[in-house]
Design a protein around this ligand. Sequence first.
Ligand SMILES: Cc1cc2nc3c(=O)[nH]c(=O)nc-3n(C[C@H](O)[C@H](O)[C@H](O)COP(=O)(O)O)c2cc1C
Length: 185
Amino acid sequence: MKVLAVIGSPRKNGNTTAMVNAVCKGAAAAGHEIEVVHLTDYKMQGCVACCACKAGKVEYCAVNDDMQKLYGKIVAADCLVIGTPVYMGQVTSQMKAFFDRWYTFLDSNYQIHHLPGKKFITVTASGAPAEAFQSVTDYLNYWLGSFFKMQLVQNIVAGQLGPEDAIKGQPEILAMAEAAGRNLK
Ligand SMILES: Cc1cc2nc3c(=O)[nH]c(=O)nc-3n(C[C@H](O)[C@H](O)[C@H](O)COP(=O)(O)O)c2cc1C
C-alpha cells in the first residue's frame, strides 16, 4: 500500500511530525511504501474559485503553484495520513489551503473523483487537553470520510502540547500511532 503523510505544521520537528512519523514507522514495518510531505515546504495558495476544474479545462487545477506537485501523489496514494496542529480552533492555514484545493476532486455534477475508497488516518496536536478540540477531528472525519467517501482507519489525538518535543512525555500516544500504522491493511 502507498501511504502519503501530509503534515500541516510549520514546525517540521514538532509534535505533529513526531506522531505522524510514528504512524509511518509502523506502516513501514508492515511493508507499506511511505512518503512524507511537509506543507510548509510547498508554496501554495487557497482555491481562487476560477472553476477551471469544473469546466474540464485542466487536469487538476489552473493555479500554477506547488500544489501541482501534490495532486499526483494524492491520487496515487492508498492511504493518507493527515497531520495538523490545532490553530485557533481549526486545522492550520497550510492544511486548509491544501484541502480547499481538493475542490478539483468534485466535478460539475458534484461527483467525487479519485478519493473514494482511500483510507485515512488523522493526527492532531493541541495545547489544550485532547478532548477540547474534538471539533477538529469531527471536521476531518466529515470531509474526508462522509463527504469524500474515504475510509477512516483511526484518529490519533494528543493534547497538552506546547514545546515542540512535548509529545515525548506521552509515549502511549506515540505507541498508539505506531500501532495504527503497523495495523494498516
Ligand atoms: C498560531 C497558533 C495557534 C494555536 N491555536 C491553538 C488553539 O486554538 N487551541 C489549542 O489547544 N492550541 C493551539 N495552539 C497550540 C498548538 O496546537 C500546539 O502547540 C501544537 O502542539 C503545535 O503542534 P506542533 O508541535 O506540531 O507544531 C496554537 C499554536 C499556534 C502557534
